[in-house]
Design a protein around this ligand. Structure first.
Ligand SMILES: [Fe+2]
Ligand SMILES: [Fe+2]
Length: 292
């Protein structure tokens, strides 16, 4: 690391961040898919072109689509066939999910924030966002999906550059059995993980939509004109916590429904059922793609 982080220890977080010059970069494939995701002329060929430039990603995709969880009539031996068989959206999700893991090549400081827990939580929230959008007839599903994927990206910077502070916040969280976000309020670090998320989202050139959703993902009511949109992300996170797709994989017994979301009990129960299946699917993707 180019900087001596110990000498930065007593600086204010803002100053400390300014001096860090090796921030994680957004994986190239991930970035290219993001920029293609909402283009009207995106095609199977374009998606294939992006994927096959990355041999490791291609290998992981083929391993996954040929795994026993997908019983196919015959082997799938190229990316184009995988896209045709599984569909464009399913393949985009898989590609983003698999390349997200490339961001996680950082040293996590504790068992609470591991690449595995980060990946499961991010993918779970992303998928839940998509299903909530469907229920609400919200057209920008893909934007919400990526907001879900990246909403906690600030935690990566916490683990990388505020290791001691992160450990202290986790101790508070565990002692009081509260959310990480609430523990951050008690610890009074001047920058919270949502602010760090905004910092890196700007560095990566993400849209205002993504920046606002990251900034307010724990506070939808403070998000002004973005309150409704942030509420979708907030509720997706609530569902994931409920199912143990949160940071400590502990199931929560409460769900907070933001007042902006017109979802009745029946829809919420349906969402929970869908997400239980998603959780199993994510376990499988993780095992096949990252453990073997
Ligand atoms: Fe989260
Ligand atoms: Fe968060």
């Amino acid at each position: 690391m180019a900087n001596d982080l110990n000498s930065l220890k007593w600086m204010f977080p803002e100053d400390k961040l300014k001096k860090i010059n090796n921030l994680p970069t957004l994986p190239k494939t991930f970035n290219e898919i993001l920029s293609q995701i909402n283009k009207e002329n995106t095609s199977v060929n374009k998606l294939e072109e992006i994927i096959i430039k990355d041999p490791l990603l291609t290998a992981k995709i083929l391993r996954y689509v040929n795994s026993p969880i997908y019983a196919q009539a015959g082997p799938i031996n190229n990316v184009k066939k995988a896209i045709t068989v599984y569909g464009f959206n399913a393949m985009k999700t898989l590609v983003l999910g698999l390349s997200l893991n490339n961001i996680l090549v950082t040293s996590f400081s504790n068992e609470f924030f591991s690449p595995k827990s980060f990946w499961h939580h991010s993918m779970g929230v992303a998928q839940a966002c998509r299903y909530i959008c469907e229920m609400l007839n919200e057209p920008a599903q893909e934007d919400f999906f990526t907001a879900g994927l990246l909403h906690d990206i600030g935690l990566l910077l916490m683990c990388m550059y505020f290791k001691e502070e992160t450990d202290e916040i986790i101790k508070i969280k565990q002692a009081k059995d509260i959310d990480f976000n609430q523990a951050e309020d008690i610890y009074l670090l001047r920058i919270k993980h949502a602010d760090l998320g905004v910092f890196i989202a700007k560095k990566w050139g993400l849209s205002d939509f993504h920046i606002k959703l990251i900034e307010y993902h724990h506070d939808p009511l403070k998000a002004g004109e973005y309150s409704y949109k942030v509420s979708i992300l907030f509720f997706a996170e609530q569902i994931c916590e409920k199912l143990g797709l949160g940071w400590n994989f502990k199931e929560s017994n409460k769900i907070l429904l933001p007042k902006y979301l017109p979802l009745d009990r029946k829809k919420i129960m349906r969402l929970i059922e869908i997400m239980k299946e998603e959780k199993n699917m994510l376990e499988e993707i993780w095992k096949i793609s990252f453990e073997s």
